[in-house]
Design a protein. Structure first.
Ligand code: GLN
Length: 212
């Protein structure tokens, strides 16, 4: 049974803990480097990315997190967590940085004021059982995707149609939406499978890429 940490600096930590436990993981809260050392994988929750990065700086977690993330620790970020896993962000605050890891540019608060919070049925590649009820709350979208990352879902209706809202790069997974708020644990189950399968099967399997 993998031990998955939930970064517990700010945001909807408890909802992720519950969804991960339902998906079969042993879960601990991560607020300190020594707690990070104990986990096989990490979830970065939704919340406020500017606050989470400031608290991570305060707790001296930024470099240890960057090291684990770039070193292959499976990591899943939802909403603010997606922003924090992005290599590049748009509409961040002046000094806003991220942990990085996914070769993408993410636009914060992208869906605009009139639709700051909404739900949409979204099909996620690799997740069976029909579309997922995706809850977006002042959500980012993926503005552009580098060659190393693979989009898993896009919005299909409205002005944002075509925008990528779920993405994977090897051991890293991110969604603009909040599966932890829906009672549908399929995204967390997918992540737990990623953790179990290890880095070999993360993102796009070499064999799925055509034997590279
Ligand atoms: N808009 C928030 C941010 O910039 C993210 C919102 C969320 O996580 N629900 O961090």
């Amino acid at each position: 049974m993998p031990t998955i940490g939930v970064l517990s600096l700010q945001g909807d930590v408890q909802e992720h803990v519950a969804a991960l436990e339902f998906a079969g993981a042993t879960v601990i809260s991560v607020r300190r480097e020594r707690e990070l050392d104990e986990v096989d994988a990490l979830v970065i929750p939704g919340g406020e990315s500017t606050t989470i990065i400031k608290l991570a700086q305060h707790f001296d977690l930024v470099e240890p997190l960057r090291k684990r993330i770039s070193g292959g620790m499976p990591t899943y970020g939802s909403c603010a967590g997606m922003i924090l896993l992005a290599d590049r962000i748009l509409d961040g605050t002046a000094d806003q940085t991220t942990f990085g890891g996914i070769d993408m540019t993410v636009r914060r608060n992208a869906f605009g004021r009139q639709v700051e919070s909404f739900e949409e049925q979204v099909s996620v590649e690799g997740i069976d059982g029909g579309p997922f009820t995706a809850v977006f709350i002042r959500a980012p979208w993926v503005e552009s995707v580098g060659p190393d990352a693979t989009p898993l879902a896009t919005v299909t209706t409205g002005p944002a149609a075509g925008k990528v809202v779920a993405i994977r790069q090897q051991h890293l997974l991110a969604t603009s939406f909040h599966p932890e708020l829906t009672g549908d644990a399929r995204v967390h189950e997918y992540f737990v499978r990623m953790v179990r399968d290890g880095a070999r099967s993360a993102g796009v399997l070499p064999e799925q890429r055509g034997g590279a």
